[in-house]
Every structure is written in structure tokens, then in C-alpha cells.
Design a protein around this ligand. Structure first.
Ligand SMILES: *[C@@H]1O[C@H](CO)[C@@H](O)[C@H](O)[C@H]1NC(C)=O
Ligand SMILES: *[C@@H]1O[C@H](CO)[C@@H](O)[C@H](O)[C@H]1NC(C)=O
Ligand SMILES: *[C@@H]1O[C@H](CO)[C@@H](O)[C@H](O)[C@H]1NC(C)=O
Ligand SMILES: *[C@@H]1O[C@H](CO)[C@@H](O)[C@H](O)[C@H]1NC(C)=O
Length: 339
């Protein structure tokens, strides 16, 4: 039922008198790698000077416009690019900066949100946003896929923010793990360490993506001394490559610094060094010929990410490992009024 509704939705979107360039099967994606408006260099700097959502939205809109003028029909942003990923967000950071950060988070329907949706429409591009979203008393690590008609196809919150993130942003819900039909084939979104966890990758891969957007916050080059394991290219790009192999999807990585793209095989398709100029190369441009993608099946009943495999994991739960549900998966909600 859900799939039929989505199919109908796409037909309606295609029928409207909007400048959708569906005549070309070539997905030309701009994977943003330039930093938001306030950002300290070098890439691993912990020097934090706050964020500015208004200036960052202006910058983001300028990248959408520039990419569209270079023929891109898809623009994707790094994790929390709006208003900027806070490197080194410990308890002291929360005390000093969390209130300012909350004030710089986006609410759907506010001025910055409307500017971004308008930019997608005006430039007739798909936009994959990644941002801190204020919804009621909470902020979430949000991802949205907007089509060239300005319609929201996917809106999700990171299921379990990683490490110290989980003291700031609230948990999302599993219904956000959705893949949607587009004229370029089925597209899905995850961010950063979600690529390591089967509880997030399995439901996505069961829905057979053709194109996967993996937003990471920032990435040094390989071999950079001083990178912690959780921020190193060696660790994160390994997860992205394995994700591509397991999903069979083109896996595109917008990230500040070393942006990259992987073939469905898991081999690297393209990258730009974190050293490259942000002014000359604010994004990595990659083209994918999507001919035939819309005819790919939306589920493989005999696949590695199928119901049968899920049942096998449950039925084969190792003898001696207690079947106890701990508190780890309970939803964490952090009121912004406690910061
Ligand atoms: C559609 O995209 C193709 C390939 O990128 C381009 O050559 C063509 O001019 C575009 N058409 C429109 C109407 O934008
Ligand atoms: C962004 O700009 C609007 C309109 O000028 C202003 O009301 C708002 O306070 C600004 N937001 C921040 C976080 O500075
Ligand atoms: C990046 O720049 C540093 C410092 O100039 C250099 O040592 C390193 O080899 C460069 N890395 C790449 C991948 O170009
Ligand atoms: C895309 O792939 C199809 C099928 O392989 C091929 O016929 C077409 O020429 C390709 N288009 C481009 C622009 O490479």
C-alpha cells in the first residue's frame, strides 16, 4: 500500500507544470564539501566560535545556484551543515554554546527553511538537506529530500545520535528509515555512524536503493595524523564503501573536506582531497547514468536484507546470550530548556 501511494505521488509530481528535467536519465549530483559560514580550519580544529544559520543558509543557497548553473540536478549537504557540526561537543560545550546552537536550528516553515525550499524550486534541483531541526521542545539531527517542485519526499531524524551527540539532539523514530521512488530510481538518506549499525542499514537496504546519500560532518584525508578513529577517513569511508557493496546503491558522500562517491561495487568512483580549495571546489560533482533504475525491483525477497534473514537472526540468537532488552534502544529526548 505504502509503495503504491508513493508511486502515485511521483506520478502527480511529474504531471505538474514544474521544470522537472526528467528527460535526462543522468543524475548530476553536487556533493557539498565547503564548510558552513562559521568554521575553523584546519579540518580537525576544536576551535569553536558559534554558528550563524542565516549566513549559512545564504551560503547554501549560493551553492545550490552555482551547482545548478553547472548542470547539477541534485545537491546534497553534509551532516548538520545547517548551521554547522560542532566539533568537540562535550559538557563544557553544552554549558557554553547549546542555547546559541538551538537558536540557530531550523524549524520547518521558518525563513531559512522557506529560502532553501524556494532555492530547490527556482533551480529545479533535488536537494538533500542535513540540519539541526527545532521541533517543539527538542532539536533533532534532521535529513530531508526535497524535489524540484519543492515537495518534501523524505523527512527523518537520526535514529540514535552517536556518542556525545546523544546528550544534545533527541532520538528519531524508525519510521524515518524510508526510501522513495524518484525519476532517478529509489533514493534513501542516512548520516554518519548510522552506516555502521544494522538496525539502521538493514531496513534501508531491504528497500533497495539505487542511490544512497550518506551525509558525514567533516572528513580529513587518509593518513592525517591526529584524527580520532571516529573522525578518520580510514574508518568512515570503510563504512561508506561497505554500505555501497551491501546495498548495491551508488553511495554519495557530502562531507566538509574529503567528499567522495562509491560505485555499487564499493569501489571508489571519485573524491576531492580535503586540501583542495573550498572556493574553487565547493562541491564534488559526480554523474550517474540512471537508465533502467526506475525498473529495478523495490524489494528482493531472496536477498541478504530480507525478512527471511531477519527471522534467521532472531531464531538463531546464540544460546547463552541473554534475551534481555536493555535501555539502549529507549528513545532519548533532551529538552532544550535543560541546556
Ligand atoms: C536536461 O538535462 C540535460 C542533461 O543534463 C541537458 O542537456 C538539458 O539541457 C536539460 N533540459 C532542460 C530543459 O533543462
Ligand atoms: C536570522 O534573521 C532573522 C531575520 O532577520 C532574525 O529575526 C533572526 O534573529 C536571525 N537568526 C539568528 C539566529 O540570528
Ligand atoms: C595535504 O596537505 C598537507 C600539508 O601541505 C600534505 O602534507 C598532504 O600530503 C596533503 N594531502 C593530500 C592528500 O594532498
Ligand atoms: C546511459 O545508459 C544507456 C543504457 O546503457 C545508454 O544507452 C545511454 O547512451 C547512456 N547515456 C549516456 C549519456 O551515457
Amino acid at each position: 500500500m505504502r509503495k503504491q501511494l508513493l508511486g502515485l505521488f511521483c506520478l502527480l509530481a511529474g504531471a505538474a507544470s514544474i521544470p522537472l528535467n526528467t528527460t535526462s536519465p543522468i543524475l548530476k549530483a553536487a556533493l557539498v564539501r565547503a564548510p558552513p559560514a562559521i568554521w575553523s580550519e584546519p579540518i580537525l580544529s576544536r576551535d569553536y566560535h558559534g554558528v550563524d544559520i542565516n549566513a549559512t543558509t545564504t551560503l547554501g543557497v549560493s551553492y545550490i545556484e552555482r551547482a545548478a548553473s553547472e548542470g547539477a540536478n541534485f545537491v546534497a549537504f553534509p551532516e548538520l551543515w545547517f548551521p554547522g557540526y560542532p566539533r568537540g561537543n562535550d559538557a563544557a560545550w553544552i554549558k557554553k554554546w547549546a542555547k546559541q546552537y538551538v537558536a540557530n536550528s531550523i524549524t520547518h516553515g521558518d525563513g531559512n527553511w522557506n529560502r532553501l525550499v524556494a532555492a530547490a524550486k527556482r533551480n529545479a534541483v533535488y536537494v538533500a538537506l542535513a540540519y539541526s531541526e527545532r521541533e517543539g521542545d527538542y532539536i533533532y539531527m534532521a535529513q530531508t529530500l526535497i524535489n524540484p517542485a519543492g515537495e518534501v519526499l523524505i523527512h527523518r531524524h537520526k535514529l540514535r545520535p552517536s556518542g556525545g551527540e546523544r546528550d544534545i539532539w533527541s532520538d528519531g523514530t524508525v519510521d524515518g528509515l524510508t526510501v522513495v521512488d524518484t525519476p532517478f530510481g529509489r533514493i534513501g538518506l542516512l548520516e554518519c555512524w548510522e552506516h555502521f549499525h544494522p538496525s539502521m542499514t538493514f531496513p534501508m537496504q531491504a528497500q533497495a536503493e539505487a542511490i544512497h546519500i550518506g551525509a558525514f560532518p567533516y572528513m580529513p584525508d587518509y593518513g592525517v595524523v591526529g584524527a580520532e578513529a571516529w573522525e578518520a577517513a580510514e574508518v568512515n569511508m570503510a563504512a561508506a564503501s561497505v554500505y555501497a557493496t551491501n546495498s548495491g546503491a551508488y553511495t554519495l558522500i557530502p562531507v566538509v573536506g574529503r567528499a567522495a562517491a562509491f560505485y555499487p561495487s564499493g569501489l571508489e568512483m571519485a573524491h576531492i582531497s580535503a586540501n583542495a580549495s573550498y572556493v574553487e571546489h565547493p562541491y564534488l560533482l559526480v554523474s550517474v547514468n540512471t537508465t533502467g533504475f526506475t525498473r529495478k525491483p523495490a524489494y528482493d525477497v531472496d536477498g541478504e536484507q530480507s525478512w527471511g534473514v531477519l527471522e534467521q537472526i532472531r531464531d538463531g540468537w546464540p544460546e547463552g546470550v541473554p534475551k534481555i532488552k536493555g535501555e539502549f534502544t529507549d528513545r532519548v529526548l533532551n529538552s532544550v530548556y535543560d541546556f
